[in-house]
Design a protein around this ligand. Structure first.
Ligand SMILES: NC(=O)c1ccc[n+]([C@@H]2O[C@H](COP(=O)([O-])OP(=O)(O)OC[C@H]3O[C@@H](n4cnc5c(N)ncnc54)[C@H](O)[C@@H]3O)[C@@H](O)[C@H]2O)c1
Length: 264
């Protein structure tokens, strides 16, 4: 889905919602992050594709630049403060400012409580919750300086209720991310910054396919009011809206996008 003023099949530069904005997308090399990176770039943002997988980040950034969109790849491990600080430096060097941070990188395991080791618990919390904390802490001072910022945290239906697939650690990390969203939203609102969470249901990505059997996926799809998986670009469309001038009064919100799987 595209939006903005159209000239034939092309979106005019003036019609782009995020023209001139600079965005960091963590986990931007594949799946939901890639969908978000593409939609932000299509709306005129210059995008830092930040991922622990440097080869995939490079491929995603190249795919964007082949479409004459602006993107730079960077390798980051969001669980490491020094790596996050380096990512911010690279973004500032490339684009001079940061307007938008999408905390998307995440991991999911299905392990049940009795088999869950402390290490696996900590691994999930580090990527899904500590990572967004470190990235927000590193980026927000530069947003404050410009009196403008948009942070979108990719949580999950798991954070709003309980995970269909993931274990207790996944649900806890995604629920924690909603708390982080609200606290940071409250602190940063006076500086022209909004902070929101997007809570997807089951989305068609490598993560979803790697952690389910085909039969399980079909059973899930059959149970959804809208009988299909969500698409990464559909998450991207919602993120574009939250980053646009149409969403200036929305902050601290957790927004569901799940084909009706969870209605609360
Ligand atoms: N796919 C779904 O059904 C679904 C549903 C709800 C929420 N989510 C959430 O959406 C986000 C993206 O999910 P996805 O399905 O696209 O997953 P994915 O596994 O396809 O992609 C995740 C990306 O994050 C990167 N990453 C992992 N650890 C990292 C780290 N320490 N530092 C930097 N990058 C790292 C990976 O390399 C990968 O590119 C996750 O936070 C996930 O929990 C996914």
């Amino acid at each position: 889905m595209t939006s903005g003023k159209k000239e034939g099949n092309k979106i005019s530069i003036e019609g782009r919602k995020l023209k001139g904005r600079v965005a960091i997308v963590t986990g931007g090399s594949r799946g939901i992050g890639r969908g978000i990176a593409f939609r932000l770039a299509e709306e005129g943002a210059r995008v830092l594709v930040a991922d622990i997988d440097s080869l995939n980040a490079k491929k995603a950034a190249e795919a964007l630049t082949e479409k004459h969109l602006e993107a730079v790849p960077v390798q980051v491990d969001i669980t490491k403060e020094r790596s996050v600080d380096e990512m911010v430096k690279i973004a500032l060097k490339a684009f001079k400012k940061i307007d938008i941070l999408i905390n998307n990188a995440g991991i999911m395991f299905r392990t049940r409580l009795q088999d869950l080791s402390l290490k696996e618990w900590e691994d999930i919390i580090k990527v899904n919750l500590t990572g967004p904390f470190l990235c927000s802490k590193a980026v927000i001072p530069f947003m404050k300086r410009n009196g403008y910022g948009r942070v979108v945290n990719i949580s999950s239906s798991a954070g709003r209720s309980v995970s269909t697939l993931g274990g207790a650690h996944y649900t806890a990390s995604k629920a924690g991310l909603l708390g982080l969203t609200r606290a940071v939203a409250k602190e940063t609102a006076p500086f022209g910054i909004t902070v929101n969470a997007v809570c997807p249901g089951l989305i068609d990505t490598q993560m979803a396919r790697d952690t389910t059997t085909k039969a399980e996926l079909n059973a899930f799809i059959d149970s959804f009011p809208i009988k299909r998986l969500g698409l990464p670009e559909e998450i991207g469309d919602l993120v574009v809206f939250l980053c646009s001038q149409k969403a200036t009064y929305i902050t601290g919100a957790s927004i569901d996008i799940n084909g009706g799987d969870l209605m609360i």
